[in-house]
Every structure is written in structure tokens, then in C-alpha cells.
Design a protein around this ligand. Structure first.
Ligand SMILES: Nc1nc2c(ncn2[C@@H]2O[C@H](COP(=O)(O)OP(=O)(O)OP(=O)(O)O)[C@@H](O)[C@H]2O)c(=O)[nH]1
Ligand SMILES: [Mg+2]
Length: 439
């Protein structure tokens, strides 16, 4: 979905992830890269301009919050500004009422009506359809077939050529249903005749929701079209169709944003269940491809990982003190596995001993054990022999086996850390350390 936009944005952001530090030049380059990508993806030039300007301005002027590196901060800004462009999380009509679909020829009205009916059916509401496409000969057959396929009542007579007459009878016949969804005619452009017909339908039906279908591959023309329909009948939302079939789609998305009407649903295929409620945050996360980027940022903020600890680790020192710090940090961050999993480019397998999710009890014990060690033992755990193990177990109220388990885990983690640190300042652990230090 929107591969072109997506890969361009990913490349632009990856560049800064690779860059050692961020300065005005790096930001300029990022802004240029993003702008190029947006334009190539059919995003309106004004929107692309404004967006990149805002990103650059914020990145230059805002200080990264504690616990967040400048790189993370910039990524977050790019993410937030993109989310703003595609709008707020939409409200989906849940109260019984009328929904009217409008849009040009072949934009996906009838198909989307089928999808939306199925969607409502699934959540326990009872939709019913009225076909008002009096012009295209096969239109009434199409909607009747669709309705019977999903078991939804439908009034779409072939012999009545007046939409208002159809609506009158239709509303009467279907009054016990929750959602009455009206399918209107399309046209190759929004001409005077169609405009008048749609206006009459809207005036008579008084739909609470008017959804405009816009195919995602429409490009820059989408803006004008959306504006035209909006002025005519006042659309309440956009159903962005054919999102599966285009690598660009930026024109539709951002031009829709011009009208201020929220994208409510997206169509992602021809099948009846190829519908998604539009979620700006999820959509942009997917587009940028950082998976659960927000989760990482939140967790990184929460964890009070001491930068000094990370530095020591990078330098190859890994005493019991660092071990304890690490364990505490991990516990706050949730499982190390999930944190590492959220960092792009870290294909590392974490030993299950360090999956701290369900190990709170063990953590407590381990910290008692470490507290029972002398400074020398903590700095150099290799000096801990059998008699010292005995003493430490006694002092901490644990068993010798538990002390040995901790020593073993420390050894394992040291190894893992070494593996991270290999590659010196550019190594994984170094990056990990910087991430928490905020430079
Ligand atoms: N791939 C893909 N195809 C879609 C999607 N939505 C609709 N289509 C296809 O687009 C074509 C036109 O869809 P319709 O629902 O007939 O469009 P319409 O707006 O009702 O067209 P008219 O009634 O002629 O104005 C059909 O072949 C659909 O299968 C979608 O989300 N993805
Ligand atoms: Mg149709």
C-alpha cells in the first residue's frame, strides 16, 4: 500500500538514523528528502511545502524531551506532522440514521456500500440499502446482487426513474432498519445535472452522514473533486477506495485534507471485507514503517536508564552494579525482547533468562544477593568462589543455587553485551547507550 511514499519516507528517516549527529545540514537534507518523496507520491505541493517547513522548524527549535535522543525526537516530529496532515481519528456513525454515498463513476461507491453494510452487520447494527442510481443500466442489478450476497435488505427498483420516488417508497419499506445506506449515481465529472440530482436526494433524505468515495490513485485531481462535492452537499467524511492498488496515493490523502473532511474508511481490496476504519496514527506508523515507534518512545521515556551505566557497558566494563542497573531498567521497560524488537535494525535474539516480564520475584532476590556482595566481589564477580557463594547466600537469605544462577546470568549478559558492543562506537550497544543518554 502506497509503497512509493512509504519507501521514500523510510529512506529519508533511515539516513538520519545512520547519521552520527543532527545539525542544520542534516535537517535541511531530511526536509528536502521528505519533500521530494511527498511530491513524487502525488502530494499537493503546498501541503508538502508547509509540512516540510514545519518539520524543520520544530526540529530546530524544540528541545528533545528527557530520555529522547535528537534522532528519535526528529522521527517523532515527522510522524506527528504527517499524522496532522491526514487528520484526526474519525468518528464513525453508530446511531441509527441515513448514510448517503456520492462520488464519480467507478470510484467505488457501490462496492464500498457493501463493505460498510457488512461492517455494521458485524457490530450488530441492521443496515438496509436503497439504490438511487437511475442512470447506469446495470446499477440496480449490481446493488441487488450485492445485498443478497451479504443478506441485507435492499430497495432498488429498475423501473422507477425518479430518485425521490424511490426514496419515498424505500424509507417506508425499510423503516425498521438502523442504517439506511443510499447509493447514488456517478458521472465522469461533477456536472450540473448530477449536481442537481445529488442535491435533491440529499435535501429529501437529510442523511446524517454523506460519504464521498475517492479512489486513492486519483492523484492531484482529488482535491478539486472533494471540494466540489463538499460545496454541493456538505460531505461528512471520505471513503478512500483502492488503497491496495496504488503506490502513490498522496494526492488523494492530502487533497482530501484540504477540504477538512476526515477520511473515515479505507478500501483495501475488491472483496466485501476489505475495509478498515481509518486510523491516522496507525496509518502513518505503517507508512513510516517503524512498527511500534510510539511504544518505543514512550518506553524509552519511562525507563530511567542511567547513561553512565550504558557508557560503562560500551567501554566493556560490566560489573554487578551495572548488571543490577540493567536489570532494573529492563524491568521498567518491560521485556528486553520487546524493547529490542521495537528498535529498527537490531536482529538480536535475547536469552530467555533476561525476559524480565514475569520475573519480579527473582529481581528482588537478585538485588538482595548483589547487596550482600562486597565491593570487590561486585566489581569482579570472578573472585566469588564456593565459600563466598555460601556467605552471600546466607547474608541475602537466598540459596547457593540462586547465587550461582545469578552469577551465570551475569556471565551470559556480559557476553551478550560484548556482542552488542563489538563494532565499538558504532556498535549496537553504543547506539543503545546513546539512545538513552540523549547525547
Ligand atoms: N482493488 C480495489 N478495487 C476496488 C475497491 N473498491 C472498489 N473497487 C473496484 O472498483 C470498481 C468500481 O467499483 P463500484 O463500486 O462499481 O464503483 P461505483 O462508484 O459504484 O461506480 P458507478 O456506479 O459506475 O459510478 C469495481 O471493479 C470494484 O471492484 C478497493 O478498495 N480496492
Ligand atoms: Mg455504483
Amino acid at each position: 500500500m502506497l509503497e512509493k511514499l512509504s519507501s521514500g519516507l523510510r529512506d529519508a528517516l533511515n539516513k538520519i538514523t545512520r547519521a552520527g549527529y543532527i545539525d542544520k545540514k542534516t535537517l535541511d537534507e531530511l526536509a528536502k528528502d521528505i519533500q521530494k518523496t511527498l511530491l513524487a507520491g502525488d502530494v499537493d505541493i503546498l501541503i508538502a511545502d508547509n509540512l516540510t517547513k514545519r518539520i524543520e522548524e520544530r526540529a530546530l527549535n524544540e528541545k528533545p524531551p528527557t530520555g529522547m535522543t535528537p534522532k528519535e525526537h526528529v522521527t517523532k516530529i515527522v510522524y506527528e506532522e504527517l499524522v496532522k496532515v491526514v487528520g484526526k481519528k474519525p468518528e464513525i456513525m453508530m446511531k441509527p440514521g441515513k448514510i448517503m454515498f456520492i462520488g464519480l463513476y467507478g470510484s467505488g461507491k457501490t462496492t464500498s456500500i457493501g463493505k460498510l453494510s457488512k461492517y455494521y452487520q458485524k457490530i450488530g447494527l441492521r443496515p438496509a440499502l436503497i439504490g438511487c442510481d437511475i442512470h447506469r443500466p446495470a446499477a440496480m442489478d449490481q446493488i441487488n446482487q450485492l445485498a443478497s450476497q451479504i443478506n441485507v435488505p435492499c430497495y432498488a427498483p429498475k423501473d422507477i426513474k425518479d430518485p425521490i420516488a424511490i426514496l419515498k417508497t424505500g424509507f417506508d419499506k425499510l423503516k425498521k432498519y438502523d442504517m439506511i445506506i443510499i447509493d447514488a449515481s456517478g458521472r465522469s465529472s461533477l456536472d450540473k445535472d448530477l449536481a442537481e440530482e445529488l442535491k435533491n436526494i440529499a435535501d429529501f433524505a437529510k442523511p446524517q452522514e454523506v460519504l464521498l468515495t475517492i479512489p486513492a490513485d486519483l492523484g492531484q485531481a482529488a482535491g478539486e473533486q472533494a471540494k466540489g462535492f463538499k460545496e454541493l452537499v456538505g460531505i461528512t467524511g471520505i471513503f478512500l477506495t483502492k488503497m491496495d492498488g496504488t503506490a502513490r496515493g498522496g494526492g488523494a490523502i492530502t487533497s482530501c485534507a484540504i477540504t477538512g473532511a476526515p477520511i473515515k474508511f479505507i478500501g483495501v481490496g475488491e472483496k466485501i471485507d476489505a475495509i478498515e476504519v481509518f486510523d491516522p496514527e496507525r496509518f502513518i506508523s505503517r507508512l513510516i514503517g517503524f512498527g511500534d515507534i510510539q511504544g518505543l518512545l514512550e518506553k524509552a521515556k519511562e525507563a530511567e536508564f542511567k547513561p553512565e551505566t550504558a557508557e560503562k557497558i560500551v567501554e566493556g566494563k560490566f560489573t554487578m552494579n551495572e548488571f543490577l542497573e540493567q536489570l532494573k531498567a529492563m524491568q521498567k521497560m518491560g521485556s528486553l525482547k520487546s524493547v529490542i524488537g521495537m528498535m529498527p535494525g537490531l536482529p538480536v535474539k535475547i536469552p530467555k533468562e533476561f525476559d524480565m516480564d514475569k520475573q519480579e520475584g527473582k529481581m528482588k532476590k537478585w538485588s538482595y544477593i548483589i547487596q550482600s556482595m562486597t565491593k570487590q566481589e561486585r566489581d569482579d564477580p570472578q573472585t566469588i568462589d564456593t565459600s563466598r557463594v555460601k556467605r552471600i547466600a546466607k547474608g541475602s537469605g537466598t540459596t547457593e543455587a540462586e547465587v550461582r544462577e545469578l552469577l551465570k546470568s551475569h556471565g551470559q549478559m556480559k557476553k551478550m553485551v560484548k556482542m552488542f558492543s563489538s563494532g565499538g562506537k558504532r556498535g549496537m550497544m553504543s547506539r543503545f547507550a546513546k539512545k538513552f543518554k540523549g547525547f
